[in-house]
Write a protein that binds this ligand. Structure first.
Ligand code: DAH
Length: 339
């Protein structure tokens, strides 16, 4: 009996084929329902007790070797066939490719760009490592101007004339350097401030700057442009401009939108007033135009600047600004897929 199994073992070990059909016959012969192995297992009860242990080991070995053999020949043959392309199965499911999603900051940024593009604004960019002139001085913020303290600045150690831009208003000055009016541009980008990180503020965030310079641009144009933007962006059609101060605009305003007081969330985020501040704006200060060699007697303009995180937090009801930078897939995958 044992000898018989050894003989089968030899047969199985030396079996080779390049034909799937032959392989199937081999499988049925050894591993099929009425195959050799099942017959041997059935034989087990008739084996004398002292031989049972060895017999058991042998048939288990035979089973293992036969199963392994079938498997490996099958894989080999299939791989070969697939390489040759003769058995390419186009109906097989594809490899799972996960569809990504846009980062919420990108979604909101693109939306803002789209809205302003529709009224003739182009998109411009500037460097994140900026010099003092473009970030401060040219924007009517000369050295020792107290308003410089409004924005805690990261200076570069090697050269204190260089800094990480504190706002995208620096792109205004870069743009005016190389372009003559009429100017209609928006500048999205990353900005840096030396601030403690909390749920409300971060040392890195994003802004979009807007600049419009031409003959006869008035405060009414600014107001109408912002109203158009808030309607498109938030579907809200009531805004108010509160007098404020920015060194680069005169007059300056803070822009609020009327968010409403319908839900508990509305009440919470507007602190019970219904109003939400969304950006700073104003008429470009004549000093800024002069600094950039644009004649303030001939041209006027308006500018505005807003934080993208703030808008994304409002639109998606995100409570903690740090979520944007933590690369947590559970957070990021909630935003709409690209397609
Ligand atoms: N740069 C300002 C800030 O970062 C935002 C701003 C306010 C930009 C008024 C403007 C403006 O262009 O006119 O706080």
């Amino acid at each position: 009996m044992i000898q018989e199994i050894d003989k089968y073992l030899e047969e199985v070990k030396s079996f080779e084929t390049k034909d799937l059909k032959e392989l199937e016959n081999f499988r049925i012969k050894f591993l099929g329902k009425k195959g050799i192995l099942n017959q041997l297992f059935a034989e087990f009860k008739n084996v004398p007790n002292e031989e049972k242990k060895l017999f058991g080991q042998k048939i288990n070995q035979l089973k293992q070797v036969a199963t392994g053999k079938v498997q490996s020949i099958k894989e080999n043959l299939e791989n070969n066939l697939e390489e040759q392309g003769s058995q390419l199965d186009l109906s097989r499911p594809g490899y799972p490719v996960e569809i990504g999603s846009r980062h919420p900051i990108s979604i909101v940024k693109n939306q803002i760009i789209e809205i302003f593009k529709n009224i003739g604004f182009n998109v411009s960019e500037g460097p994140e490592i900026e010099d003092d002139w473009h970030n401060f001085t040219a924007l009517n913020l000369p050295e020792y101007h107290p308003a410089r303290d409004m924005q805690d600045t990261f200076f570069l150690q090697q050269n204190p004339d260089w800094l990480l831009r504190t706002h995208t208003s620096s792109v205004q000055t870069r743009y005016m350097e190389t372009h003559q009016p009429p100017i209609r541009t928006i500048s999205p980008g990353r900005v840096y401030r030396n601030e403690d990180i909390s749920a409300r503020s971060h040392c890195i965030f994003h802004q979009v700057e807007g600049l419009y310079i031409d003959k006869g641009v008035s405060f009414a144009d600014l107001k109408q442009t912002l109203l158009y933007f808030t309607k498109e962006m938030f579907g809200k059609s009531k805004i108010r401009l509160r007098p404020s101060y920015f060194p680069f605009t005169e007059p300056s305003a803070e822009v609020d939108i009327y968010w409403g007081l319908e839900t508990e969330t509305d009440k919470r985020i507007t602190k019970g007033t219904g109003w939400l501040e969304i950006m700073g704006a104003g008429m470009v200060d004549p000093n800024v135009l002069q600094n950039m060699n644009i004649d303030p007697e001939e041209y006027t303009g308006f500018a505005f600047g807003m934080g993208i995180e703030r808008i994304a937090m409002l639109l998606y009801q995100i409570q903690d600004i740090r979520m944007f930078y933590e690369n947590d897939m559970r957070f990021l995958s909630q935003f709409k897929p690209i397609i």
